[in-house]
Design a protein around this ligand. Structure first.
Ligand SMILES: [Zn+2]
Length: 92
């Protein structure tokens, strides 16, 4: 290794997450603060945790509901879904 050109390496750099999780990795930085990690990211937890921007999630859900309605055959289910939609709209 050439001297004086490599950054200092910390084999046990402390990474602290916003969720409170702390773990250690090798890094050129001694400490890092991250906002999401393997312990709290929805991909790993399997939980639905949404950060909604401009109601895009709601739009998507409405779309899915519509698709489900179109594919369902029973009239009773359709009526129930329509009623549910009206209630949801009234809340806004
Ligand atoms: Zn985390």
């Amino acid at each position: 290794m050439k001297k004086k050109i490599h950054p200092e390496y910390h084999p046990q750099a402390k990474i602290s997450c916003a969720c409170g999780n702390v773990f250690y990795v090798g890094s050129t930085k001694k400490e890092m603060a991250v906002e999401i990690c393997y312990a709290c990211h929805p991909f790993f937890t399997g939980n639905e945790k949404l950060i909604d921007t401009a109601g895009r999630v709601e739009k998507f859900k409405a779309k899915r509901e519509k698709a489900a309605k179109a594919s369902s055959k029973s009239k009773a289910t359709k009526k129930a879904e329509k009623k549910g939609k009206k209630v949801a709209k009234a809340k806004k």
